[in-house]
Design a protein around this ligand. Structure first.
Ligand SMILES: Cc1cc2nc3c(=O)[nH]c(=O)nc-3n(C[C@H](O)[C@H](O)[C@H](O)COP(=O)(O)OP(=O)(O)OC[C@H]3O[C@@H](n4cnc5c(N)ncnc54)[C@H](O)[C@@H]3O)c2cc1C
Length: 412
């Protein structure tokens, strides 16, 4: 069942009056950015009978085409409502409708680039040889009593230099000290958890969400070098920072975009920045050009409830923006999946596959995945099954979404 929040999924609807599958009218769809090669640059007119209209719309949406208009005309009684028109009679729609069961139904051609602007995205302002020296202004635990491990929110003052960034980027941290060979430590990347305005909304700071790496080896506990350095760091300490880097996880500037976020653990960092930009009152006041009106759906995986990160903020956004924000949790050690096993994020993707796929059919929808690398195969599996249920082939569709800048993955 479609959730009430997403009950009005922004799909192009066609007013067809009393149209039925036996509707005798032909429909002409004027579309841009659809087809292959030169076709994509031109405006195309595609004429199809009503029975093929819905598939054509889905095909256009999946390939990132833009529908300019749709008009209907009566067909004289007795004449066949066949596909016709100025183009090769809607090959795409026919292909979609007539494809054999084992063929991909909808997306046979590369998708068009979605309008995600990469302009003005700063990269490599500070390099390892000449890093920025930031000062720690805060470091606190994001976990509550009973949580597993250690995850901290750490903020650095950047006001002395020119280090700036946008949501979805990462910075590098070079921990103090030397490695086993007596050489300076190499940098480690961390996703930025704050918006470009910083947590205080005044600019000049950056925040991270860091989990301390710990594992057992030969009977002793090994602590990760940089993550331990960061989790232990005190306010006032100076830290070598590089970057920013990354254009993979940028948020589209479109205020009407739909944003599906799949996060595990510290993979929440970029999502926290997006959600602040979308819903935090001080951020909205700061960004008159970005008053988010789309649907943001966070699907978050953690081992236990006390490991949920930024929970109070997300609950506040839920209360204030129930039409725009949806929040689904997979708490592996407390919830069960339908087979009685632990509830992981991919189980939530499977559970909501139909809605997720309906959203993905909309060219305004972007999907972001961030967290431990191990999350990818499970999500891929869930998406494969969901696509198959819609006669689509996920292994073909995913690269097309990627090419259209609508499928964003940063796992580590
Ligand atoms: C783009 C990007 C964004 C990232 N964002 C974040 C983020 O937001 N938050 C965050 O916490 N981390 C993030 N990371 C991970 C981060 O960069 C570091 O890799 C992490 O903090 C560990 O670094 P460390 O110095 O503590 O560990 P290290 O001292 O470098 O130890 C890591 C090494 O330990 C070994 N190891 C690890 N686990 C085990 C094990 N179970 N058994 C045996 N050996 C093991 C492996 O050889 C591994 O390479 C991100 C990584 C990337 C690439």
């Amino acid at each position: 069942m479609i959730s009430p929040i997403f009950g009005t999924v922004a799909r192009m609807r066609v007013s067809t009056g009393k149209a039925t599958q036996s509707d005798g009218r032909m429909f002409t769809v004027v579309v841009e950015g659809f087809g292959v090669g030169l076709q994509r640059r031109a405006e195309r007119r595609l004429t199809v009978p009503f029975s093929q209209l819905q598939r054509l719309m889905q095909t256009i949406a999946l390939q990132g085409g833009r529908i300019r208009s749709i008009s209907a005309e009566e067909v004289p009684v007795g004449s066949e409502p066949q596909a016709s028109g100025s183009e090769a009679a809607t090959q795409a729609a026919t292909q979609a409708a007539d494809a054999p069961a084992d063929a991909p139904a909808a997306p046979p051609t590369p998708a068009r680039k979605a309008p995600v602007s990469h302009a003005d995205v700063p990269v490599n302002l500070y390099k390892p040889k000449d890093p920025f020296i930031g000062t720690v202004t805060g470091n606190y635990s994001l976990l509550t009593e009973g949580a597993i491990g250690r995850v901290n929110h750490i903020t650095f003052d950047l006001s002395e230099g020119n280090l700036h960034y946008v949501e979805g980027q990462s910075i590098g941290i070079i921990p103090d000290g030397e490695d086993a060979n007596g050489k300076p430590h190499k940098l480690r990347l961390y996703s930025i958890a704050s918006t470009r305005h910083g947590d205080n909304c005044e600019g000049g700071t950056v925040s991270l969400c860091v989990r301390q790496l710990q594992y057992e080896k030969d009977g002793s506990t090994i602590n990760g070098v940089c993550s331990t350095f960061l989790c232990d760091i005190e306010p006032g300490a100076k830290v070598k920072i590089t970057g920013p880097v990354g254009k993979e996880m940028l948020l589209p500037p479109d205020e009407d975009a739909n944003v599906i976020m799949l996060a595990t653990g510290t993979g929440i960092a970029p999502m926290r920045a997006y959600l602040r930009r979308m819903f935090e009152p001080s951020e909205r006041a700061k960004n008159p050009e970005y008053q988010f009106r789309g649907k943001a759906w966070l699907i978050m995986g953690v081992p236990k409830t006390p490991n949920l990160l930024y929970e109070d903020d997300f609950q506040r956004y839920l209360a204030e923006y129930p039409e725009n924000f949806r929040y689904t949790k997979a708490i592996s050690r407390e919830q069960q999946n339908p087979s009685g096993g632990r509830m992981y994020i991919q189980d939530r993707v499977t559970e909501h596959a139909d809605e997720i796929f309906s959203l993905i059919e909309n060219p305004k929808t972007h999907v972001y995945m961030c967290g431990l690398r191990g999350m990818e195969p499970g999500i891929d599996e869930a998406m494969t099954a969901a696509a198959a249920a819609k006669d689509l082939n996920w292994s073909e569709l995913r690269p097309q979404l990627k090419k259209a800048d609508r499928w964003h993955v940063e796992t580590y």
